[in-house]
Ligand binder design. Sequence first.
Ligand code: ADP
Ligand code: MG
Length: 585
Amino acid sequence: MSAQSTSSAAPARGNALALAAYVALALVAIFLAATLKFDGYILNILMQAATYTLAVFGLSVVLGLCGQINLAQAAFFGIGAYAVGLGTTDAHMPFWLCLGLGMLVSLIAGAALGASTLRLGGHYLAMVTISFQQILTLVMINAISFTHGPDGVRDIPRPQLFSGQQSYLAFCVAVLAVVGYLVWRLADTRLGRAMRAVRDNELAAGVAGIDVYRTKVTAFALCALLGGLGGGLFAGGFAYVSPDQFSFAESVVFLTMSLLGGVASPIGSAIGTGLLILIPEWLRFLKSVPGLYLAIYGLAVILIVAFMPDGIWGFVSKFFDRERPAPAPGAPLTLAPDDSGGANVLVTDKLSKHFGGLKAVDEVDIAVARGKVHALIGPNGSGKTTTLNVLSGLYSATSGSVSLDGRDITRLPAHKRTEAGLGRTFQNIRLFRTMTALENVVIGAERPGNKLIEGSSRAALEARAMAALDFVGLASRANELVTAFSYGHQRLIEIARALAANPTLLLLDEPAAGLNSTEKQSLHNLLERIAAFGLTILIIDHDMTLVSNAASHITVLNFGRRIADGESMAVLRHPDVVTAYLGAE
Ligand code: ADP
Ligand code: MG
């Protein structure tokens, strides 16, 4: 108990210290912004840096955390800027109202754009955001009666409270500090973890119970919102807005700032924004030679990005990264499989999956009895993995049905099936590669529908994840990145992630594949310990000794069809099965 409390108190104290340092730094920055006597030139640069950084924070959320591209951030920035510009001058509305309206419109536009395109892949998203950007630019230029056209909007007032240039700058710095803190903390919230999971492995995220589409749309909408906020403040800062400030080229600049500084962190956003504002200023003396300036500027950016693929901050922060010690595991793992349904947990009825003319799964009936280990075997290419993919919702069935605990789940998306109680591992391991073992398993533990963690704290989630890691023997390495683990251990982390979710039915796709003989032996023991919980398991495996020892019931597939089904020993002696495995002779 005491070991546990010290280990969880240490990072908490570290966090409190970091927060105190951050607040102190922010206060100093706000104070300096308000009191130092800047000349107009410096003031403009600082104002631009502060407002641009807000927009780049948005990219840090959508691209850095969630892995989605947004080539229209200048458009959202422009929406915020024009809302303040037109709202305060033409409509005579208060600054704050206009700022809020601009953020709201950006948020709605971002959500709508995301919702309509995020089901499609990355290239479509890039194209659609570029189109949106171009359309908005056209509107700003051509809807002259509304936007004033290319002339732009002049004499935009600041709010009364911050009417002076410097007090307004200090206000922007304060906003920046607050938003930066929130973006920084976002990564460690449930939503942030979901975004990172989607970025690392969409399929695995869905199967872990994350609504991939909603997570992406949320990230996109948040990005747009921050763009709108930055733009609104920009309009107040410069008192003038015009269409060329919010063009596609500016969207590319925002993106470059984000990549240059380091897309994964708000600190990187600030560094990248600052640099890309300053580099052109530093190179100003070259402007007399046409083209030279752009060439050097471009080269500088390319060199930095080429040698620091994670951006400047990604490069620098590696030197500070100290791995935290793993928290001590507390209570042992518990599983409480649902036992509300009948004798069978899973029933498929004439389940089929065709790929064009190929019947990968052909009218297969499977009934998995509650609390039992059921094996699905068959030669390579016989449709085992495809069956599992149809069961877990990665493929939709061509025909037939699947029911879990008596409930028809045939049409549910993957994350809803996980919520209903399905858990699985993959034949080719699918972990969230930029996360630690513990974070991977925490994502499993926070599965919606996991009644063992409902309404519990972060500490409880971590405790459950630690228990699962301890169960597979990896608790001491919980805080290491998953890429640091051997193949066999990664497989165990995947199993721990599935167990932490407290599933009703566990689907295992060739867990022994790629393991050496000692690893196989310990996997056998692990499977026995899992089965001892009374958890229902459907396992695919080639290893006949494993199958005949562990499973009480076997279904055999060949060319997508079920060729045998029943009690293990009888099935393994079935002539069709012997033929399928050993050939016709
Ligand atoms: P198993 O897991 O039993 O080795 P699979 O289920 O992976 O077999 O594959 C069954 C058949 O379906 C194979 O012929 C395979 O080539 C085909 N198949 C699997 N997935 C796809 C896909 N996404 N598109 C087309 N064919 C596929
Ligand atoms: Mg397979």
